[in-house]
Design a protein around this ligand. Sequence first.
Ligand code: FMN
Length: 445
Amino acid sequence: MAATQETAAEVATATASVTPHTLAPTMLPRVPIPPRGVDYRGKLVLAPMVRSGELPSRLLALHYGADLVWGPETIDHSLIGAARRINPRTHMVEYTRQPSHSHSPAASDGGVAESVIYRIDPVREKAKLVFQLGTSDAARAVAAARFVAPDVAGIDVNAGCPKPFSVLGGMGAALLRTPEKLAGILEALVREITHEFGVGISVKIRLLETAAETEALVRRLVATGITGLTVHCRTTPMRPRERAIRGQLRMIADVCREAGVACVMNGDVENRDHAEGLIREFGVDGAMIATAAEKNPSCFRSGADGGMATWQEAVESYLRFAMEVENKIANTKFLLTQMIPGKAPEYKEIHKCRSYVDFMQALGHEGMKEMARETDRVLGLGEFEVKPEPKQKNKQKGQQKGRQQQGKQESNKRKREGSVDKEQSAKRVEVADPTPVAAPASIAV
Ligand SMILES: Cc1cc2nc3c(=O)[nH]c(=O)nc-3n(C[C@H](O)[C@H](O)[C@H](O)COP(=O)(O)O)c2cc1C
């Protein structure tokens, strides 16, 4: 605690890294940016998005000019016990786990194939990737952050997810109601991770009901030693389609500025030109885009640099990145259905595809067919799919039916509870044996 207060109180002049998007340089306090960290001032960034923020989407956002990218929220538990490897074909960093399910696909050596829970491009994402943690416990947060810190430029804590699994676990938006706990987590991360790995810690919050409540929360959080605070301009009960509220924004920006912490705004930011106007209007330091970038990441390109690309162009580039990094077919298909307009004839075709070659055929990208065939070969898709033996097939059918029934029950339950937000459940890897098998000793807790 003492160390973090000292850090927060350190004063630096705010002249060095002011970019054209920020306010005029003035003498202001500033929490120092750690050596391997990044300053969020003047940045337009890709929001954390479970499912929609996997590596190819982040690479596409960077390709179109995003200054930084947040990865999808990952729960601390799922990293504890994970292993890190470099994929020998793609050279990507991959965090993997042994799945506990008996029906998991077999590896080529006959063992159970590891599943990739997070993938990083160590070159194109270097000094650009912020890793978002879902956590409710300082010790676990530190253990998980220690595992990923060497590969990322910042660690962010999710204090805004309204989903029941998050809130019931004391994570996400629940942390807004337990500010001391949230501050304790941030202080522990600053003390342990910033000092050991030289990366900054940040937090993403939502608005509270009144400006006074939000102000008290923000004042507490900016005194923890964090370098950045993102505010999603909606309250926890608000639905994503309700317009973002901007009334508290200037106050939040002022409190952050007084403490030397960068303030990033989020909620209904459409594109770079829109973001620049909002940054000027509300005196914030940067802006974050989610939904608009999910549809078409060329929103990060300014009008002067060409503005929005057609969905066809964005999709073609997306597919190239997806194949380069061996992205899971289900995730690629999901993203394509976000990017291709529902009215386009291609949208229907995509639903029928089962391989990358199928995607190329559906979209008419003949030139990428060889690359698609090679990706299918590596991932065992399409013509390379190994069909299970008939006996196994029946057993799998039974298991599939069981899973479908379970899925149906869960989906009915969710319908009864009512959907709170489009924020998806963060990745959770169920581990049968809590003793990490391939985990580095440093992250065992
Ligand atoms: C598909 C999807 C997944 C999301 N996942 C996360 C997440 O992992 N962590 C998080 O803090 N917010 C998550 N969010 C919320 C966004 O980061 C963002 O705060 C919200 O969508 C508002 O921004 P927008 O108006 O630009 O969409 C998610 C949103 C979407 C649409």
